[in-house]
Design a protein around this ligand. Structure first.
Ligand code: SF4
Length: 177
């Protein structure tokens, strides 16, 4: 049974050779451990995404983690009040590298319809975001597409990217050590 596409490499009779980086990328992309940070309605869509019809397990990401230390994909789903901003950031800081972030739905991406004094106008005010999923709420298919984009990022990310000056500068712009 063919589960995932093999990375680019050299195929011959009885052997397949590729680079270490591509194998690591393949493993990371197909074994994401999401941390569902669900605060409101978009979280319900995530539950549907996990359930049998959409079945997130097909993409190797069926193991939700409620400990930031054992997760590599922060999924923020729902309205984030400004008071919660520091909590989102603390969760992000506790995650080990490599880590990715999806803002699921309009509220997490931009504050959504809540253009008010109390709501954070997008989680990218407090943590860097890799993928934004639009919609109010987004359908499970859209959430799955967001995860597929994260898989592409994970698959193609160089092993040294997290040590690069550009990445360090990104974290410094958020005042994250
Ligand atoms: S984007 Fe819409 S569905 Fe999602 S949390 Fe905000 S109000 Fe609810």
């Amino acid at each position: 049974m063919k589960m995932v596409e093999a990375p680019d490499g050299h195929i011959g009779e009885g052997f397949f050779a590729t680079s270490f980086e591509k194998v690591i990328g393949l493993a990371r992309a197909n074994s994401l451990w999401p941390l569902p940070f669900a605060t409101s309605c978009c979280g319900i869509e995530f539950m549907a995404t996990m359930a049998s019809t959409y079945d997130l397990a097909r993409f190797g990401a069926e193991r939700p983690s409620f400990s930031p230390r054992q997760s590599d994909l922060l999924m923020v789903m729902g309205t984030i009040a400004k008071k919660m901003g520091p909590i989102v950031r603390q969760v992000y800081e506790q995650m080990a590298e490599p880590r990715w972030v999806i803002a699921v739905g309009a509220c997490a991406s931009s504050g959504g319809i809540f253009d008010t004094y109390s709501v954070l106008q997008g989680i990218d005010r407090v943590v860097p975001v890799d993928v934004y999923v639009p919609g109010c709420p987004p359908r499970p298919e859209q959430i799955l597409e967001g995860i597929l984009h994260i898989q592409e990022l994970a698959k193609n990310e160089g092993l040294r990217r997290r040590n690069s000056p550009q990445y360090q500068a990104l974290l410094e712009s958020y005042n994250i050590k």
